[in-house]
Design a protein around this ligand. Structure first.
Ligand code: DUR
Ligand code: ZN
Length: 294
């Protein structure tokens, strides 16, 4: 088991511990539970979906990298496929606060980058901040997304974000998690191809500046992040954040990164290169390349 889970795991009910032990045994447990695994945990614990998600939240919070605040937020996003995706807040020392990934964004971006088509519900251990409520309002689940918080009745995003501003106000029809393919030619080595494929899936309807990042670990694993824009602009998740988030969730650390590639358009109105390179350098990665989408 990855050491980050040990103390939270020890606090879980015994029946949940026994059912989870084989799933968590891999140090690179992917921080998600398949529908089959969720069904097994429900049988073992006799908990319903909502109660099981609450019981698992301390493990999701253990995925947080809160090196600045030491305030661990955990979230579990439930996809329509039945897979559950963990998320934790990610803070990046040596970068700027703007690079922070909130736990809700972490779980949602996790689900999206793993190919989930829509979300049903998200369970969080603290009330979502305004930025996260706005981030969630970009999703194709719209204001119907269920939000479960400890000690409160389940509500929808509509309840938590009344009089919402969103994509409709800017006459944007494609929503986050909808299938998208910008169709840029996929070429170069494996890492460059992964970055281009990630850029092709980006949600960038406001700037038309799709981008993607691919990170290669020393053991060969590749993690990619796609750019996810938001109608209110600032809650936008840059492609590097998506990739770093996946890498951390999978039990890797920044020193494991040996090479990074950003794919973006040379003449796009918005450019990721400088921010991407600065954050990667702050994390100790100096092998950073850029491929141009064409
Ligand atoms: O809705 C929220 C509010 C805060 N945080 C994180 C961001 C930062 O890392 C830390 C302190 O705000 O908590 C979240 O993950 N979600
Ligand atoms: Zn937030």
């Amino acid at each position: 088991m990855h050491p980050r889970f040990q103390s939270a795991f020890a606090q879980l009910a015994e029946n949940l511990q026994s059912a989870l032990a084989p799933i968590l045994a891999d140090a690179h447990f992917p921080a998600l539970l398949t529908a089959t695994q969720v069904a097994g945990l429900k049988r073992a614990t006799e908990l319903d979906d909502d109660a099981l998600a609450f019981a698992l939240l301390p493990l999701a919070a253990s995925c947080a990298r809160a090196d600045l605040s030491h305030f661990n937020v955990g979230a579990i996003a439930r996809g329509v496929s039945g897979t559950w995706y963990f998320g934790g807040n990610m803070e990046f020392l040596g970068a700027t606060m703007q690079q922070t990934v909130h736990a809700e964004q972490s779980a949602i971006s996790h689900a999206w980058l793993r190919g989930e088509k829509a979300l049903q519900a998200i369970t969080v251990n603290y009330t979502p901040c305004g930025h996260c409520r706005q981030f969630m309002n970009e999703l194709n689940s719209g204001l119907e997304l269920r939000i479960n918080l400890p000690g409160r009745a389940p509500h929808t995003l509509a309840d938590y974000l009344p009089d919402a501003f969103g994509p409709k106000d800017l006459e944007i029809k494609s929503l986050l998690m909808d299938d998208q393919d910008h169709g840029y030619a996929v070429s170069g080595d494996e890492l460059a191809q992964a970055a281009i494929l990630a850029a092709n899936k980006a949600h960038a309807p406001y700037s038309n500046s799709p981008s993607g990042v691919a990170l290669e670990c020393r053991d060969g694993r590749i993690f990619t992040g796609s750019y996810a824009e938001n109608a209110a602009f600032n809650p936008t998740l840059p492609p590097l954040q998506g990739a770093l988030n996946l890498l951390s969730l999978n039990g890797y650390d920044y020193p494991d990164i040996q090479r990074a590639i950003l794919a973006e358009k040379a003449d796009a109105p918005l450019i990721q290169w400088d921010a991407t390179a600065a954050t990667l350098r702050a994390l100790g990665c100096t092998s950073i390349d850029r491929v141009l989408l064409a």
